[in-house]
Write a protein that binds this ligand. Structure first.
Ligand SMILES: Cc1cc2nc3c(=O)[nH]c(=O)nc-3n(C[C@H](O)[C@H](O)[C@H](O)COP(=O)(O)OP(=O)(O)OC[C@H]3O[C@@H](n4cnc5c(N)ncnc54)[C@H](O)[C@@H]3O)c2cc1C
Ligand code: FES
Length: 334
């Protein structure tokens, strides 16, 4: 009876807050509803790349090797979400990611150059299925080493050859030596790594499953070589493929936010809306996670990957705003 009175009193005192909100007030990492991580260490691992070590909170559900995580960073009064490959093993005490600052990149520059131990970041759930079984050939370029680190540290396979290509100082150079894999380094200042190099480096490459992550050119070249040789190939992309451009764009109305934006035919609705000040949900920003979906209530949009048109007249049309562009004036219920 006393407990009941106390519970009612607590509820009365904290309403409209939920118990989770009160826990988060005492320690943000205790929130299950709004998962967060706290940066406990930063370490330079390349000329523009910083490894972040994060203590995860109560809301973190763990990960599998090869998965990635959304990090939410508050910049300019808005939360921005970007995706980063997890480089730590599932059994490690802390979660690690490595962020390369890209030119004009708002979130990567902040995380790689400004973020400090003690800072909090939003944490999305782990996602993705970049993995394979059996004998593996990993091919990575630049910051594309990160999902390979996650797989190798997670102990995914016994027989792995890693060919890593970098320009001058390799990202995670000091960590390559300790990996459970045969490692070949290729210096791309002397020319790009080519499929023809594999015969000398990894003579049995045709009997291995290929995993590739790196610049767009590397992905295209090696997936084509794998297809030609009948070799299974799994790819991790950090950026979406070049958009399929057509038409002239239009005015996009985000009906829930009450924001309108002018968007051309190659700008994702997500970016157009954010630039106009709308608070829109997002995760991977390249069509994988479906966090950014909204119902198309008027007009038409074009899928930037396939070029296909989707129109509100087709019935219940749900679009991924990160890979859809306006095809004339349109409205989305976000
Ligand atoms: C599955 C997945 C895993 C990823 N893992 C990692 C990782 O482990 N480490 C890491 O550093 N990044 C990783 N990324 C990329 C990361 O999510 C961001 O895209 C990147 O940090 C740039 O964000 P930004 O906000 O700084 O740039 P934005 O402000 O979004 O873009 C600024 C400019 O940079 C260009 N740009 C965007 N992304 C890249 C890129 N990757 N390379 C070069 N130019 C770019 C844009 O076209 C734009 O011109 C991953 C992405 C995905 C989808
Ligand atoms: S943000 Fe992941 S699908 Fe759009």
């Amino acid at each position: 009876m006393i407990a009941g009175v106390l519970a009612r009193a607590t509820r009365a005192l904290t309403t409209p807050l939920l118990p989770d909100d009160c826990l988060a007030f005492v320690n943000p990492l205790w929130s299950v509803r709004v998962p967060r991580g706290r940066i406990v260490a930063t370490r330079p691992v390349g000329p523009s790349t910083t490894e972040l070590t994060l203590r995860t909170g109560a809301g973190w559900g763990g990960h599998r090797p090869g998965q990635h995580v959304g990090l939410g960073v508050d910049l300019g009064g808005r939360r921005h979400w970007r995706t980063y490959s997890i480089t730590s093993a599932p059994t490690d005490e802390h979660l690690t990611v490595s962020v390369t600052a890209v030119p004009d990149g708002s979130v990567s520059t902040h995380l790689a150059r400004v973020a400090r131990p003690g800072d909090l970041v939003g944490l999305g759930p782990a996602a993705g299925g970049f993995t394979a079984e059996g004998s593996l050939l990993m091919i990575s370029g630049g910051s594309g080493i990160t999902p390979m680190l996650g797989l190798l540290r997670g102990g995914t396979a016994d027989d792995v050859v890693l060919v890593h290509s970098g320009r001058g100082a390799h990202v995670h150079a000091d960590d390559l030596a300790g990996l459970p894999a045969t490692v070949h380094r290729h210096d791309s200042t002397t020319g790009h790594l080519r499929p023809a190099d594999l015969d000398a480096l990894v003579p049995d490459w045709r009997s291995r499953t290929m995993l590739v992550c790196g610049p767009a050119g590397m992905l295209e070249t090696f997936t084509a070589a794998a297809a030609a040789a009948g070799v299974p190939c799994v790819v991790e992309r950090f950026r979406p493929p070049e958009p399929v451009a057509a038409g002239t764009g239009g005015t996009v109305t985000f009906t829930t936010s009450g924001v309108t934006a002018e968007a051309d035919a190659v700008t994702p609705l997500l970016r157009a809306g954010e630039d106009a000040g709308a608070l829109l949900p997002s995760g991977c920003r390249m069509g994988i996670c479906h966090t950014c979906v909204g119902r198309l209530t008027a007009g038409a949009v074009r899928n930037l990957h396939t070029g296909e048109l989707e129109t509100a007249d087709d019935g219940e049309v749900v679009v991924r705003t990160c890979v859809s562009a306006a095809a004339g004036d349109c409205a989305v219920d976000l």
